[in-house]
Write a protein that binds this ligand. Structure first.
Ligand code: IVH
Length: 724
């Protein structure tokens, strides 16, 4: 640049510098992500860079350029595979991060179409990689990755190996056509596969051989598995596909709407995107997006959002494409679950079983809408496997309510002087030696009387999942132990006789002024605690069993055991084979219970709990039972989405009231509960003349089950000829 900038140019020059920097960075990250399957930054951080670039290009049109990453998709294809030119460009999607952005997208479309409303389809946005499949005379002849959108890689041999990708279609498919979909690795398969790679690496390390790469997430695993040079390796990977679009199609009339296209493709044997739904207006589509945000973790695959599409293909054509994105679809993006930050220190605490649990102290960072400062690190093997060190920049992931996890280090940002972390050889709480248990790769405190073990066991006993004694948390337990008012769980039930002593502990009792001096006495807090302790006595056998803290005995199997044996004594006296024979229990849990019951101290504890009046038997109240199943004999089917509860929740409640809940509509169905976007089941129920009830009616039936029979009687009376 030889001319001196005028004052107005200064801003443009600054913007140009930033634009160039962003373009370079985005291209580098595209390459890391698409070609090397080794991203350095979280998706949300990438989106931020991308959006900033897009904003700058919009504000400074003179800086726009056809080869900006905002105008092209992904990275150019890698070198290992033949190049396939796409007959129709493979597009990307614009994003909406909130309701306003979704509504604004709709408004732009409404203005262009000069029309108020239309139908939409929502589908999970599966986090995998896009693939185009070409079929000729019903046979798969070509599979290609997206690449840069214009040309991708020929991965036909690999795609033939994936279950769910039909090699031969059924029905009467068009002579030549292309479908598009997302290849993905289900979460469970991803965990198993990474576990196997880690195991293999253990051998390789011992033999001094090069190690295999662990995949950072299911998306990278899917991409890496599809781009294997040897298709037999792809065959061993747990991959699936969801078809979401018809690409091009020769010589036949195709459906007019996206929804019908999905149904049409399913007829030829394609697995189309699961849980797609059709909506009459944007409000309903938005509600679906918001519901998905709440239940993103309920699917067996990773979702990074919801795709909202205009249903009518004629309207899609009218709307067209801008840059690399269609105007007829948009991705509703979930708040990010991953972020990177610095792992400042690796610390350990002692668990209820005496396990020494490493965790990461992080430089505070926001993930999925919450501030995170700690993350779990599981055990030493896991730390070694992921190669995590103090001082590393690490990727943190938070899924649902789960404790944040450290996913991986960003090796490029590792400080030069970093060293491997070592497990402390003494317990941080009592200084006793730590020992490694080869069975579970955990280190344990060797001191059975370690004060931390006692503290954690009592927290567990009083916790929500067990006896649920409100007001008896970590701090109160520590104080009561410190003042020797309790020494084990049974002592808790003695506390109602120790009001005065408790009252004298400053942070438990209530402060009062007596003769001008501060003193403490039992106050409301202690009365509440005592009430909670009394209440917990009738919490029931299953929760008591959980509270005892027997290894592997958790909420679900404790209920099964309680139902089967009816009393604590019966469970603790049962031989291992009898315990293991209970459906859902099995030998590991059975052996653990028998081991626990071998210890005399444990029987002494049980005896004192029983003496204190803690309920240790199932209370079967005979007169309750018939009233509990008022829907006995009725058979329901649920379809569509409900705003006030999920379908599984509704099903569970109906079942608990004695109803049978089926998955398909037949003439044996008593009534169909149809929520939002109910489709083929509703039509079938209509054709059979069945009762069809809406969400309001579902809520009413759950509250007053007697209504169901009443409505069915009324319907039968209104239509005496019947439907069969
Ligand atoms: S429709 C116009 N539907 O998301 C582009 N895409 O960010 C057509 N994806 O390239 C895409 N699930 O790889 C569509 N149900 C779904 C999807 C989906 C995942 C991916 C796809 C696409 C990317 C766009």
């Amino acid at each position: 640049m030889s001319t001196a900038p005028t004052s107005g140019d200064a801003e443009v020059i600054a913007a140009r510098d930033r634009v160039e920097l962003l373009r370079g960075e985005i291209l580098r990250h595209n390459h890391l992500y698409h070609a090397l399957d080794a991203p350095e930054i979280a998706d949300a951080e990438y989106d931020e860079l991308f959006n900033e670039l897009r904003r700058l290009e919009a504000d400074f049109p003179e800086l726009a350029s056809a080869d900006s990453p905002t105008q092209t998709v992904g990275a150019v294809p890698g070198r290992t595979f033949a190049v396939v030119e796409h007959r129709l460009r493979m597009l990307s999607l614009g994003n909406a991060f909130n309701a306003e952005e979704l509504i604004a997208w709709r408004q732009r479309a409404a203005d262009l179409l000069d029309r108020e409303e239309w139908t939409y389809v929502t589908e999970p946005k599966i986090d995998g990689l896009a693939i185009a499949l070409v079929y000729e005379r019903g046979r798969l002849v070509q599979a290609a990755t997206r690449g840069d959108g214009r040309a991708g890689e020929d991965v036909t041999a690999n795609l033939r190996m994936i279950d769910g990708v039909p090699n031969q279609l059924s029905g009467s498919p068009p002579p030549r056509f292309e479908v598009r979909g997302e290849v993905f690795m289900p979460k469970a398969g991803f965990e198993t596969m990474n576990g196997e790679i880690a195991e293999e690496n253990q051998h390789r390390r011992e033999q001094g051989r090069a190690e295999l790469t662990l995949y950072a997430n299911p998306r990278n695993a899917a991409a890496g598995s599809v781009r294997q040079k040897d298709a037999s390796v792809t065959a061993t990977r747990p991959l699936s596909i969801g078809i979401y679009q018809l690409g091009w199609c020769e010589d036949v009339v195709t459906p007019d709407t996206h929804w019908e296209t999905l149904e049409w493709l399913a007829e030829f044997g394609f697995p189309t995107t699961p849980e797609a739904a059709r909506h009459d207006g944007i409000e309903s589509a938005l509600a679906a997006c918001e519901q998905w945000t709440q239940r993103r973790d309920t699917q067996p695959f990773e979702m990074d959002g919801v795709v909202v599409k205009v249903d009518d293909l004629g309207l899609q054509a009218d709307l067209g494409i801008v840059g690399r994105e269609p105007r007829w679809a948009i991705a509703w993006k979930f708040p990010p679950q991953e972020a990177s930050t610095v792992l400042e220190q690796i610390l350990v605490n002692v668990g209820r079983t005496g396990s020494i649990n490493p965790y990461a102290r992080l430089r505070p960072v926001r993930v999925g809408g919450v501030q995170v400062t700690n993350a779990t690190l599981h055990n030493l093997d896991d730390i070694r496997r992921k190669d995590i060190r103090e001082g590393d920049t690490v990727v943190i992931r938070r899924a649902g309510e789960v404790i944040p996890q450290v996913v991986r280090p960003v090796l490029e940002r590792r400080p030069e002087d970093s060293v491997e972390w070592e497990m402390p050889d003494t317990c941080p709480s009592c200084d006793a030696r730590t020992v490694r248990n080869p069975d579970d790769a955990m280190y344990y405190c060797s001191n059975r009387a370690c004060p931390s073990i006692l503290q954690r066991s009592l927290e567990h006993f009083a916790g929500r999942g067990a006896m649920d004694i409100r007001g008896l948390g970590e701090r109160q337990i520590a104080l009561l132990l410190q003042h020797r008012l309790i020494e084990d769980a049974a002592d808790i039930f003695d506390l109602p006789h120790k009001r005065e002593q408790m009252g004298r502990i400053p942070s438990l009792g209530q402060k009062v002024k007596r003769d001008g001096e501060d003193s403490y006495e039992p106050g409301k807090r202690i009365e509440n605690l005592i009430a909670a302790i009394e209440r917990s006595k009738s919490r029931g056998l299953a929760f008591l069993l959980v509270g005892l803290g027997i290894r592997h005995v958790g909420g679900e199997n404790a209920s099964l055991l309680a139902d089967e044996f009816g009393s604590l004594d019966a469970i603790l006296l049962a031989p291992a084979e009898t315990l293991a024979a209970v459906d859902g229990v099995g030998p590991i849990i059975a052996d653990s219970i028998v081991d626990w019951a071998m210890d005399g101290d444990h029987w002494w504890l049980v005896h004192r709990l029983q003496q204190a009046g803690v309920e240790d038997e199932i209370q079967r109240s005979e007169e309750d039972e018939p009233a509990e199943t008022p829907l006995e004999g009725l058979r329901f089917v649920l379809t569509g989405r409900f705003a006030s509860m999920t379908r599984p929740q509704a099903e569970a409640q109906l079942k608990s009231l004695g109803a049978a809940v089926g998955s398909s509509v037949s003439k044996n169905t008593s009534a169909l509960f149809a929520g939002e976007a109910a489709g083929s089941k509703r039509r079938k129920a209509e054709s059979l003349g069945l009762a069809i009830w809406d969400e309001d009616q579902l809520v009413q039936v759950l509250e007053r089950p007697g209504l169901a029979a009443e409505w069915l009687r009324e319907a039968a009376a209104a239509e005496p000829s019947g439907a069969d």
